[in-house]
Design a protein around this ligand. Structure first.
Ligand SMILES: *[C@@H]1O[C@H](CO)[C@@H](O)[C@H](O)[C@H]1NC(C)=O
Ligand SMILES: *[C@@H]1O[C@H](CO)[C@@H](O)[C@H](O)[C@H]1NC(C)=O
Ligand SMILES: *[C@@H]1O[C@H](CO)[C@@H](O)[C@H](O)[C@H]1NC(C)=O
Ligand SMILES: *[C@@H]1O[C@H](CO)[C@@H](O)[C@H](O)[C@H]1NC(C)=O
Ligand SMILES: *[C@@H]1O[C@H](CO)[C@@H](O)[C@H](O)[C@H]1NC(C)=O
Ligand SMILES: *[C@@H]1O[C@H](CO)[C@@H](O)[C@H](O)[C@H]1NC(C)=O
Length: 829
């Protein structure tokens, strides 16, 4: 018997199993499989049988799931649209060579379309998860009569093809289930679109939601989990016979699937045997910029900008007024119209997800130079590119219409040459390039680079139209195989300034208590003023945090490389004997808690500011969790760790601190980092930590921002719940207005306020798996899609567990022995 003890979105209640001792992977002719019996693939990986996704219903389905794994994930369903009523169903291979499901009355309700009749048909569950119908005497895969891999449900397994077999006329695509309890076909599909250069599309019915982007030689640039990774190999085949995408795993002991859930989110799930859990590795759509065509023609979407959409450099909004009111539907147009007769040229834009290629034309073996000629010759050609950035192939893409669905991706090597009036090609800055660079380099270096670019651009421009060789020479892209481990260091390594001890001592006036700003989780923080007048914040790390000098420098460098508008900038460090000091930019408005919990100062934060703060924190956290490539878990997110700049924009501080402390000796690694009131139950009780713990802390923070009340120490006259329980009860009753801080003019922004409370409650749900990822949170805050109803929050019934004064746990020494904790900080993508 298997026990299905974990509760999560993939848990299915299975009827009682009698697992046959003589486990078999094959169903022979006329043999029947009834409810309660299963067949198991030869290697023991997969199991097939009747199951019920919903204990309250009589519906039974024939499905395939991972045998060794709990929580159970059903990866394929035979009769998803026609359930068997009750437990009397039978699965049988008939003498028509068909695998057939019969209901209790003996009527066939589902059957395979086997291609021909054979003498001894059998059904076999292979260890790949493929269920095949074949002739018992013929093992050749090419002669299978039928296979489940040709008829996916909502899950792509390793080795399974997603796409078209143009010879046999098979289209393999994922289609979502209606809901967890009802596996019948839902709205959403993820399928290969063969028009133009093939791409994968996530559709809601016939409306595109998300586009995978263009295959760059190793990956679909905008797709989940497809970034270079040592675990996987990816394959994209585009021939006259077949167009498909497929992933495979180097190790068969790793379980990883791509699944389209009933909310239309594509998830890459990896099974972690240590935690016995599925980890949501990456989602798509991941952020607002994944919404298909959000910024429309010639708009570029950048998730790090506010607003998301801008026009490409040298393009202007078609309707400036609409554009300013963030209605981007009319898109952008060229500042200077094209004039093909006078001769146009091309301008390069890089660091992007290439625009939609459904109306493009392509040649998979044409050099960029020829490609340019071809585009130049035809006045209706708007742009060209070589989509293969590996340097191994050369795929010429030509666009003939408006360019749509361009996303800024700083880690993309893709670029495009867009047709431009000749007058635009002269002097002037080339923003397309600059945007990308400015993400990774400080301003001073930027200036230098800028002038260099301009210098070389001018130089190149002269050569460009005389010497075309020069052009193809420019497009030299290195191999990608070593990209995964080396990237972080190659591209974004900055030299971390080392401040000398005397400078810091003077700046802080000998760490005078007058300069002390507060005591964070890892040591006191002082305000300092450098000789030039620059204000800084100086964090003096507690002594017991000692780690090796080199490790410390490495960690600090990594953290200094994390750059985002919603993260406090690390300026440098100082090392002196046993002292370790971090120097940050100074935030004049101090921390969020000094506003929202203060009767007078809270007036300064009206709703638009609060909503801006909530969104900013969400984006900063998303960056840490996903986009930074280091996958930092903050572990101590709280109002005191959110600093406000002069415009009241939020910046998260103290991120990455857990990393600095994680490399210590054994005993100290077991320290629990976090603050009571913000820590989720699974962390306090089991020491189990994941990005979902940060999501929990974020949820607490959102509710605190909306209500102006502290979670910890919250009291109410009529009940004994904490803030989370209080909020949940009121929200359930539709009395959310009572939750909102008096200083928030709620009526004007009602829908935003309600949405924020709703998202906050989703984030603090008791079980980590129920909580959304930060990418979903950002999406939820930005859209007005319907949200699921939040379940009970963690600690709903367990208040008064803790009485300690509010402070970060890591600052107390005493806890180090009693708390166990696995630190999973570094998990590069
Ligand atoms: C399978 O069942 C069919 C119909 O019940 C029967 O005609 C046939 O002889 C059976 N074949 C074998 C090999 O048992
Ligand atoms: C399923 O069977 C039960 C009793 O066996 C019956 O009451 C119910 O109406 C059936 N449901 C459907 C949808 O046929
Ligand atoms: C069998 O083929 C028919 C017609 O081609 C198709 O409508 C049906 O969906 C197929 N069934 C399965 C299980 O593939
Ligand atoms: C998908 O389409 C259906 C029907 O048009 C609509 O009701 C639903 O809201 C859409 N869902 C999303 C997430 O767009
Ligand atoms: C692609 O370009 C190459 C090189 O110019 C040419 O030889 C080939 O015929 C082209 N293929 C197609 C399908 O046009
Ligand atoms: C330019 O390309 C378009 C779209 O492919 C095509 O219809 C048109 O005939 C081409 N024009 C010339 C002059 O080749």
């Amino acid at each position: 018997m298997k026990s299905f003890h974990r509760i999560c979105c993939f848990c299915f209640l299975l009827p009682h199993f009698i697992v046959l001792s003589d486990a078999t992977d094959t169903l022979a002719l006329n043999e029947t499989l009834a409810a309660g019996k299963t067949i198991i693939s030869s290697g023991g990986t997969f199991e097939l049988g009747f199951y019920s996704p919903d204990s309250s219903s009589n519906n039974r389905y024939v499905g395939i799931w991972y045998k060794q794994v709990s929580p159970v994930v059903v990866v394929w369903i035979a009769n998803r649209d026609v359930p068997v009523n009750g437990t009397n169903g039978l699965l049988k291979v008939t003498d028509q060579s068909k695998l057939t499901i019969f209901n209790g009355e003996g009527t066939a309700i589902w059957s395979t379309n086997s291609t021909r009749l054979v003498q001894k048909p059998v059904a076999q569950l292979l260890d790949s998860g493929n269920l095949v119908v074949k002739d018992a005497a013929d093992a050749n895969p090419a002669n299978y009569l039928w296979q489940s891999f040709d008829h996916p449900t909502d899950t792509l397994l390793p080795g399974m093809k997603l796409g078209l077999d143009l010879v046999k006329g098979i289209n393999r695509y994922l289609q979502s289930s209606k809901s967890k309890a009802d596996p019948s076909r839902g709205y959403f599909t993820y399928q290969m679109d063969p028009n133009g250069f093939p791409q994968l599309f996530l559709m809601n019915d016939s409306i595109p939601q998300f586009r995978s982007g263009t295959w760059d030689g190793t990956q679909f640039i905008g797709s989940p989990g497809l970034n270079s990774n040592p675990l996987y190999t990816y394959e994209f085949v585009n021939t006259p016979q077949e167009i498909y995408y497929r992933f495979d795993l180097h190790s068969s002991s790793v379980y990883s699937i791509l699944t389209l859930n009933s909310n239309g989110v594509l998830q890459r799930l990896n099974y972690n045997p240590r935690n016995q859990d599925w980890t949501d590795y990456l989602d798509a759509p991941a952020d607002s910029c994944d919404d298909y065509g959000l910024c429309n023609a010639y708009g570029i979407c950048s998730i790090a900008s506010s607003p998301f959409c801008s026009c490409l450099d040298k393009f202007v909004p078609v309707s400036p007024f609409d554009w300013q009111t963030t209605d981007w539907s009319s898109g952008c147009k060229r500042r200077v119209p094209l004039d093909c007769q006078k001769g146009d040229g091309f301008l390069k834009y890089s660091g992007i997800k290439l625009p939609d290629t459904r109306h493009s034309r392509y040649n998979q073996s044409m050099s960029l130079k020829e490609c340019e000629k071809l585009c130049m010759k035809n006045c209706s050609c708007t742009a060209y590119s070589n989509s293969d950035t590996t340097g191994k192939g050369s795929v010429c893409l030509l666009w003939f219409d408006n360019l749509i669905d361009i996303k800024k991706l700083s880690d993309s090597d893709q670029y495009i040459y867009i047709r431009m009036a000749s007058s635009e090609l002269g002097s002037g800055s080339n923003k397309g390039k600059i945007i990308v660079i400015s993400l990774v380099l400080p301003a001073a270096v930027l200036l230098l680079v800028l002038s260099l670019i301009l210098y070389f651009k001018k130089k190149k421009k002269k050569q460009q139209w005389t010497q075309t060789e020069q052009l193809s020479g420019e497009v030299q892209i290195g191999g990608t195989s070593e990209r995964y481990p080396s990237r972080e260091y190659d591209k974004e390594d900055v030299d971390l300034p080392l401040f000398d001890w005397q400078t810091i001592v003077q700046a802080t006036n000998y760490f005078s208590s007058d300069n002390k700003l507060g005591a964070g989780g890892f040591g006191p923080v002082y305000k300092g003023i450098l000789v030039g007048g620059q204000e800084i914040a100086v964090k003096r790390l507690s002594e017991y945090s000692m780690q090796g000098l080199d490790e410390f420098k490495n960690e600090v460098k990594l953290i200094a490389n994390l750059k985002h508008r919603n993260l406090v900038k690390l300026l440098g460090c100082c090392i002196q004997a046993k002292e370790r000091i971090l120097i940050y930019e100074y935030m004049p408005n101090r921390s969020l808690d000094s506003f929202i919990f203060d009767h007078d100062r809270s007036r300064l934060l009206d709703w638009p500011k609060r909503f801006q703060i909530i969104n900013g924190i969400a984006r900063g956290l998303l960056y840490l969790h996903r986009d930074s490539r280091l996958r930092i878990i903050h572990r101590d997110l709280k109002a005191g760790n959110v600093l406000l700049d002069i415009d009241m924009k939020p910046k998260i501080s103290d991120f990455g601190m857990a990393r600095i402390f994680a490399n210590e000796n054994e005993a100290n690694t077991k320290r629990v980092v976090g603050t009571y009131g913000y820590m989720p139950p699974e962390y306090v009780v089991d020491g189990y930590y994941s990005t979902k713990s940060d999501v929990y802390s974020f949820g607490v923070l959102v509710l605190e921002i909306v209500t102006g009340r502290k979670n910890r120490g919250f009291t109410h006259a009529s009940h004994n719940h904490n803030l989370l329980g209080h909020a949940w009860l009121l929200y359930k009753d539709g009395r959310f207005q009572e939750l909102v801080d008096d200083h928030v003019s709620k009526s004007c922004y009602l829908s935003e306020v309600i949405r924020s409370i709703h998202v906050g409650l989703l984030c603090v749900q008791q079980f980590p798996d129920d909580r959304p990822s930060m990418s979903s949170v950002v999406l939820m805050l930005a859209s007005d899609r319907a949200l699921p109803f939040p379940k009970e929050p963690g600690y709903f019934t367990q208040r008064n567990l803790f009485f300690e004064p509010e402070k970060s746990l890591s600052s107390t020494k005493a806890d180090s022995s009693s708390n166990q904790l696995t630190v999973t900080m570094l998990d590069a993508r």
